[in-house]
Design a protein around this ligand. Structure first.
Ligand SMILES: CC(=O)c1cc(-c2ccccn2)c2ncccn12
Length: 121
């Protein structure tokens, strides 16, 4: 079999890998690590039309699906909003998603990313 050559990663892929790791650190209970199943969340697939989780975002980075930072942040916001749609406000999932959303948006703001430009390009 042909060994899968270690593909060169683009500057964007390196930036997104860095951001994803930082976001995953904000989810120590790994509530957002994997796709939510109807088994653990009854009726989830009929309530949430476009599911998203960190493992899917990792796959999209590795497969070169994201061609901009905003596509990555859109998936991150989707991940958080899904949890705030399916779960009631008093639940740990809703509260964790709300906190994660605010932290993530702040972390990926232009003034926070500008200093990274040099080290990641
Ligand atoms: C993200 C989310 O909505 C979620 C993650 C989980 C979850 C995540 C890891 C282990 C167990 N449950 C969950 N369980 C019930 C209802 C909703 N959720």
């Amino acid at each position: 079999c042909v060994l899968r050559q270690r593909q060169e990663r683009s500057a964007l892929q390196r930036l997104l890998e860095y951001l994803l790791k930082a976001l995953e650190k904000k989810d120590p209970k790994q509530l957002f690590a994997w796709p939510v199943t109807d088994h653990i969340a009854p009726g989830y697939s009929s309530i949430i039309s476009i599911p998203m989780d960190f493992s899917t975002m990792k796959q999209r980075i590795d497969n070169g699906v994201y061609s901009s930072l905003s596509q990555f942040t859109d998936d991150f916001k989707l991940l958080c909003n899904n949890a705030m749609v399916y779960n009631q406000p008093h639940t740990i999932y809703y509260k964790a998603a709300k906190k994660l959303l605010h932290t993530g948006v702040k972390m990926m703001s232009p003034d926070k990313l500008r200093p990274l430009r040099s080290v990641l390009t």
